[in-house]
Structure formats: C-alpha cells, structure tokens
Ligand binder design. Sequence first.
Ligand code: DQA
Length: 145
Amino acid sequence: MKKILVIHGPNLNLLGKREVDIYGKTSIDQINKELTAVADSKKVELSVFQSNHEGEIVDRIGEAKAKGFGAIVINPAAYTHTSVAIRDAVSACDIPVVEVHLSNIYQREEFRHTSLIAPVAKGQISGFGKKSYMLGLEAAIELLG
Ligand code: DQA
C-alpha cells in the first residue's frame, strides 16, 4: 500500500483553540480525521505526526523514505521561517514534500513572508484554512503516481 506522512509543526496541537480568527475552529484531530478519510478513499495509508520539537521533525523526515513513505505533507508552522535543519532534511529526504499553511503567510507579518522550506519542497499551498491540508494531500497522492 502507498504511504504518506503528514507532519504538523509547533503549536499546531492547539488548533481550534489558538488564534481561531487566523487558524480556524477545527482541531488537529478533526483535520487528521478528514485527511485519513480522503486517504482511505484513495487506498493510501496515512501516518500523522505532530511535534513542537525541531529535532523530532528532522528525525521523522530523515527516516521517511526508509520507512516506506512515498511523499510527505508538512506544515512546518513557525519553523517554516527559521529552520535550516528542517530545510536540509527536506532537501535530503529524496521523496516529494508538499508544504502547507492554513493562513496565507504572504498576507501576514513580514517575517512570515520567507519560507526556508519552499525552495526545496515540491510545492507550497498557503491560505485555504484546513482545505490547505486537503489540497496538499491531493497533490501528494498524485505525486505517488
Ligand atoms: C502556519 C503559519 C506560520 O507562520 C505560523 O507560525 C504557524 C502556522 C499556518 O499554518 O498558517 O504556526 O504555518
């Protein structure tokens, strides 16, 4: 079975409670449920991981190919704008990575306008709320071939 890894970065465990005007009222569990339903319908196995810790995210990206994942959907959250380590992991992982953001990072504070991940990702989806994840998953499924 084809496998996709979804990674949620820091503070996304608080979705639904955190800055709901920006990130919406949907919890991470609900998003994961909706992603899993889509994956199931396409006969793709989904693994979901959330961490507030940069190194743990680097570890998961680094072992993804060896664990049989064919693509990654990642919302690196605040690490989008700061993490050379996650960028290098994405660059080295040898499977396609789709970067997603709930908010449109280009409409927000200037420090959010730079993604260190985007230049090494297959593509980026930003600004569609929870739909960004669904579109990211759709793209990742297509990339599995
Ligand atoms: C985010 C945007 C980031 O700038 C922010 O730090 C987040 C969430 C988004 O999904 O819109 O935590 O990645």
